[in-house]
Every structure is written in structure tokens, then in C-alpha cells.
Design a binder for this molecule. Sequence first.
Ligand SMILES: *Cc1c(COP(=O)(O)O)cnc(C)c1O
Length: 392
Amino acid sequence: MATYARQDVSFVQGEGAWLEDDRGQRYLDALGGIAVCGLGHAHPAVAEAVARQARTLVHTSNLYRIPLQEALGERLCRASDMERVFFANSGAEANEAALKLARLHGHRRGIRRPRIVVMEEAFHGRTLMTLSATGSAKARAGFEPLVDGFVRVPWNDVAALEALADEPDIVAVLVEPIQGEGGVRIPDTGYLSAIRELCDRQGWLMLCDEIQTGVGRTGYWLASEHDNIRPDVVSLAKALGNGVPIGACLARGEAAEVLGPGTHGSTFGGNPLACAASHAVLNVIEREQLIQRAGQLGARLREGLHDRLSGHPAGVTEIRGRGLMLAVEMNTPCAELVSHALNGGLLINVTAGNVIRLLPPLTLTDDEAEQLIERLDAALRAWHHVNAEEQA
Ligand SMILES: *Cc1c(COP(=O)(O)O)cnc(C)c1O
């Protein structure tokens, strides 16, 4: 079904930050399959782990113990300062678990119609419940009746949240520490800690959607670490398997004890194949210190983009980001930039209409970072040239 407006290009193989199409053209991938391929394409350690596990044991179901899953759960809890994990196969499913958990938590406290606070411009997935939590009215349109029980407030607005303090039946706040699809929006310092304090004061759960920001992308294992806060529930997916589908909903404290036998489940979730891939991802991240690398290279790349692109005739208004989650904001809608970049051998994404989003692999070399800047500059010039001609 035509659920995506696709670019007319077919990639047939990849290596690191590079993809090759069916005509032998090479592209520098500054999108990484939408924040998924943190280790780049066809990483040998992941390929080897998946191949070995496929020859050993792919799936048994969650009716039996899965040692690789238990060990992965322990690693993720240690990295995230959490206590328990539910394994799923995608981001939407990880959030779905977080939202169900919050509702059940409410019911156990005698709240019959629990409500969850969500943000404008948020993106949480495409299943009916995660879509209902998503901010975009356009994405929600046509799927009514949506799942109710959400209260939507403006993003990055502490006062709007404080105004909800006396509302009955609220059980949780769901927030992305940096809005990804919403345009790589970084909240003001203090916003996330204000949510944390409000949740503590009201007895609400703080749910952090770290599906795009987690697994080292922003220079910390979790982006919420930038603000020194510890959520009650964290959802992860995207980069967790470097392309092998896996999602995880992590929880601590009371939240960790909510879901029990019969309350939730997944046939595939946390199967040996997906867990083997994820172990390999974590091994490489640790061995090559890629989280520190994301922080350092990200800062340098941001600086390089700034030097090269600020004051650009194409109309660059802001360059921002954390680690290797970067954005170049334009003063006009710029969706056509994607095909100009593609023609110049660069894969980028435009989100929120006028925000160029860069999510390159954490393994990007210094030289590739330079090439990224070069190619982006060239794409901006080509796009600007066409626009100028159209106006003339
Ligand atoms: C991608 C994303 C999701 C949805 O993940 P899927 O794997 O596509 O279901 C949810 N939340 C955020 C913040 C995301 O970036």
C-alpha cells in the first residue's frame, strides 16, 4: 500500500555510512534509515551475530525463558538506570506498552478513567493508541474515533503543565526529550526537570519516549541525561537492533511492577535473533566508545555546519542539535531539498516542513563528516538556484 511518498531509488547494498543503488551510484547516508543504523550499514559484528544466531535458534516464544533476552534486559536496565523491561518489535509497540502500563497503574489506584498528558507536535507512532497520543492533527485525521484519555498541552510550556496540577484522573506525562519528527526541537533547560518535579508532586508517572534520541544518539545513552532526570518509564527502539526490529519499554520503581502475566504480551518480542543483534550493537557501542564519539563529533559537525551554512543564500535560520541528532532550519518549506541532495549523493530528511534533519551513523568518520557538509551545501545551492529561477 502506498503509505509512503517514496524517492525513486533502490539501494542494493551498504557499508558503514555509504549506500549503493542498483546502478552502482554511491550515497553518503546522513539519515541512517531514520536513526536506526547507528553503527552504519552491514556492520560486520551485527551481521556475524545475526548469522550465528540464525544458525543456532531464532525463536521460541515468551512461554519459555530466553537467556539472551534476560541478559539484554539486564544490560539495558544497567545502562538506563531502570529495573524491568518489556520487549517489543518497534517503537510504537514500546510506547503502547508504556501507555497501557500507565493506564493499569491508574486503575490499580482506583482511577477509573485515567488520562495521560501528551505534547503538541509530538510523535509517538502509528498504532491507534500511539497515533492518538501523537500531536499532528493531519496524522490523526480520518482515524476517529481515536483512543481517548489524552490531554494535549503545548510543547516546552511549563505553565501549561502546571495548570493541569489540579485536574483529576491524570496518571502520567509522555514526552520526547527532544522532539524528532516535530523538527528536532530541544526544550529549554529546566523543562524536563519541571516535568519530573510535577510528576513527583502529583504522583504521576513520567514516560520518556527515547525511541529516536536513545541508544547514544545525542552523546548520552539517553537524551534525558542531558537534563539529569530519571524518568519512570523509557521507550527505546530504532537504533537498538541497528535495523533488526526490536523495541523495549523499560520501567523502574512502582512502574516496574505494574505489568504481570496476562496483562500484556508479544509473540516475537525479545526473541533470540533480535536480542543477539542488540547485544552486538551494545558491544560495539561500548568497545568503540561511540556514545562519547557521538557527543564529540556532533559538536564538531554542528560547528562545521555553522561555519559553512550560516548566512547561506538559500535561507538557513538555525543550526541546532545534540550529538548526532542535528537540524538545519530553513526560512521556507524545503521538502524538494531531499531530491537535490539525493542527486548529489547525500541522503537527508526534511521534517516539520522546513527542518533538514541529520541522523548519521555514530561511526561516521571525520572525513565523512566533511563530505556531509560539502554535499549539503551543494544541495542547498542547487535547490536555491532552481527556486531563484522559478521566481525570475
Ligand atoms: C520512530 C518513532 C516512533 C515510532 O517507532 P516505529 O518503530 O516506527 O513504530 C515513536 N516515537 C518516536 C519519538 C519516534 O521517533
